[in-house]
Design a protein around this ligand. Structure first.
Ligand code: CA
Length: 354
């Protein structure tokens, strides 16, 4: 009798121990805007989840659902906001129709380059402004990987003047879309998984995606061989979105693991995309000789700049938060660009052979 009581007590104690260990384990779900194989965007997500798992000794596990699973590439902010997912990976400028203040947290036409923007995020007040902008949406947002300077897009025909742009149907998100609408284009955003078919079927005449590392794999050059250099997305930062309640519930240790894993995964994506684009670019002239590398004429760039400035002033009137973010970015750009000029710009001037 006495022995069996000891056994029962011991069993109960072991059960309690295993239950409390189980209760400490954190299992999260993450929804991506992207399909399952869209490297290097998906690398940022998988790399982050792997690091979280390893650093936590398997106590913090994040399951990843790609767009083909959850079927809502542009619904991920709402899903995290409502707690259907704990986390997402996407881009702030996709939410411009929902909240215009979130738009400049990705990149801005004629704005900062990636090193300038990372300095703004981490040392120029950008992170604080990002949390302030996302607070009404019940989520936190963190940098999620940068593409660096993007290419201006794929066109079926040469653009020699502003008239050549008028009436073109183009997929281009973010503030650049607003700028081009002003110049007479019919602008739309299309989920990444539908880009090729939209161009092939003529739903759109032109599109921009990222840069050679990601674009050439998509096959756009087979339909629209004019490939223009960029003006519109000099430093596209993707984002991790995290449900506020779930993030606040994490232990200090798990929160440190998550934030560091997100930061490192973002940097890893920046490096990988740089490599992928440099590698693809080095093969363009030999493997895809029919691709025509173009720059927009000066008159077109000047009109884009003018429209950009006008719209920045207009949109700022509608949203005090947008105004605050743009003012902070503008001030930081003025400061950082002087250093970029003195360092990289003068260095490259002496070391690039045209
Ligand atoms: Ca883009």
């Amino acid at each position: 009798m006495k022995f069996s009581r000891i056994v029962i007590t011991a069993v109960a104690f072991v059960l309690l121990l295993s239950f409390s260990a189980h209760a400490e384990k954190v299992r999260w779900k993450l929804a991506m805007t992207w399909g399952p194989t869209l490297s290097p965007f998906t690398d940022a997500v998988e790399g982050m989840a792997e690091m979280v798992n390893e650093m936590s000794g398997g106590e913090f596990v994040i399951r990843i659902d790609a767009a083909n699973k959850h079927k809502s590439p542009f619904g991920v902010l709402d899903m995290v906001k409502l707690g259907q997912y704990d986390m997402a990976h996407s881009a702030s400028y996709y939410w411009k129709g929902k909240d215009i203040a979130l738009l400049p947290l990705t990149t801005m036409p004629f704005g900062m380059t990636a090193p300038e923007q990372y300095a703004w995020f981490y040392h120029g007040g950008g992170m604080e402004l990002m949390q302030e902008a996302y607070a009404p949406h019940n989520v936190y947002s963190f940098p999620g990987g940068n593409t660096g300077n993007q290419m201006g897009g794929w066109f079926r025909k040469e653009i020699n003047s502003l008239d050549d742009l008028k009436g073109l149907k183009m997929r281009i998100p973010g503030f650049a879309g607003e700028v081009l609408s002003e110049l007479g284009l019919a602008v739309t955003n299309i989920a990444p998984g539908e880009l090729y078919t939209s161009l092939e079927r003529g739903t759109i005449d032109a599109l921009e995606w990222v840069g050679p590392g990601m674009d050439i794999k998509m096959g756009f050059h087979k339909i629209a061989p004019y490939y223009y250099t960029g003006w519109h997305e000099p430093a596209t930062e993707l984002q991790f979105i995290v449900n506020k309640k779930e993030y606040d519930k994490l232990s200090d240790k798990n929160r440190a693991i998550l934030t560091n894993a997100m930061k490192l995964a973002s940097y890893n994506m920046y490096i990988k995309n740089y490599h992928m684009s440099a590698d693809a670019w080095s093969k363009i002239s030999t493997e895809y000789p029919h691709i025509k590398i173009m720059t927009f004429p000066d008159t077109v760039i000047a009109a884009m700049k003018e429209s950009n400035e006008k719209l920045l002033a207009e949109k700022s009137k509608d949203s005090p938060m947008l105004k605050k973010i743009l003012a902070s970015q503008h001030k930081y750009l003025e400061k950082s660009r002087e250093w970029t000029k003195m360092s990289d710009y003068y260095y490259l001037q002496d070391n690039i052979e045209e």
